[in-house]
Design a protein around this ligand. Sequence first.
Ligand SMILES: [Zn+2]
Ligand SMILES: [Zn+2]
Length: 514
Amino acid sequence: MAANAVHLPTPLNVEEISRKAADYDYDPDIPLRYWLRTADAIQKQAQSYQRDGDDQDAYLFFLRHALLVIEKLPTHSEAKLAENRKPLAQANKVVHRNLKTLEELRPGINKRHQRYEEAMARRREEREKAADERRRNGAQQEASLADEMDGMNLGGNRGDSSINQKRSLEAKEHRDLAAKLARREEKKRRKAYTAEQEGPDDLSKHIIEAGKRGQQTFQDRNDRRSSNGAKFVAAPPRYPTVPQKSDFDMKAKSPPTYRSRESPAREILRQLDSGPPSLPPKEREYSQSPPPLPSKVSYDDRNTPSPVPRSTTATPDVNPRDFTFKPSAFLESGTPLRTIFLPPNLRSKFLSFASQATSMNREFLGILCGTLISNAFFISKLVIPEQEATSDTCEMTDEVGLWEYCDREDLLTLGWIHTHPTQTCFMSSRDLHTHGGYQAQMAESIAIVCAPRHEPSWGVFRLTDPPGLKHILSCRQSGIFHPHSETNLYTDAMKPGHVCELPGLEFEVVDLRK
Ligand SMILES: [Zn+2]
Ligand SMILES: [Zn+2]
């Protein structure tokens, strides 16, 4: 569903953003606890955009969170289960907190849209005047198409100051800036962490509790099934179908129970429309950059010469509020994919952790976690979860431990990395199923496969969409190597793709194994 990650390049009005917020795939066959995780990821992205001063995208993600939690999740077949009541209630609470934020964001968004429209009209008028002038002077030369287009472009680097447009940058051409941003974020987080040293908030706790119970039930079920004494490794969840994405009409997407009356989300939107005069947007406290902290000794690429200057004191501070990274690739459906910045030496560090398992011909697994800054993802943690592996499989055995960690650290899960100790570098059918779970929650999720005994020795992949993601989510087979009728199931995510290696991007290895 997060497959519709959009970045909004030109100022839209609230109605236009609302239509985009409602444009996502909802699959009721995906277990509710996964949807709660997805909702949580949407919420985290909304907060990231808000921190970056990207009000349009913040609005879009806050509203999408509200629509998912209020319209869809209550209709889920597992919504009535006792263990899900609390996390759903908590998610509702978050929506109600967000409503205030949505209300605060609205006037600024509409005002900017209005200024943009006015500036466009002024430009058109100027161009027409100039064309008249040329005709009067009998001059035949016409403004080139490029000039025309440039005149229309109020975004990007030529931003009109009254519109306060961010600079829009190609991720791959501004890696130095990206590396600085990542270091700035890391400092900020370390400061915040030492300042507040507190556990996950109520919502996270409830989601985690529900997850624990869900996982327990799942395992109980599996334990009962595997009565032959062999330890049953929980297979990735089956996601039978994903409905077709419908058009922008939110009414058409509402569940039947709401057809006869106004849907809760509609009601939210209506209340926002007719509510009391909005307060001016609050000056957000995180617009100021924190004072620099001593640089962290971590797994950066200090062993290899880096083209990126390491000094942060000599260069002016970069502010994520000033610019935004453009999406760097597209799904087969045309949906843009935001860039994922990957530390170049993450693989070698991962392989050193995997070496013992590799020597015993067992696969090894790591989880890629990170943050969203200026519309790009930065992988900042390589998490080694509790796991069980064979020569051809590896499975996480304590999902909840990973969730708890990500909540505590305010991190998004961006994909996974695993070894093929004997096989070549490819995605097995089991790998495709595992990855379907990641990509269903976040369109940009990636799978890195390391095959140290073969050439190529590694690859970065994602499912095609279409047809890969839906084909895999609807496949009911569970064998390690089972055939699929579709051939074009996955593709490279780096050569070319939305993944970009970023020299100088530091990361930490976090070992959650007991
Ligand atoms: Zn594999
Ligand atoms: Zn399959």
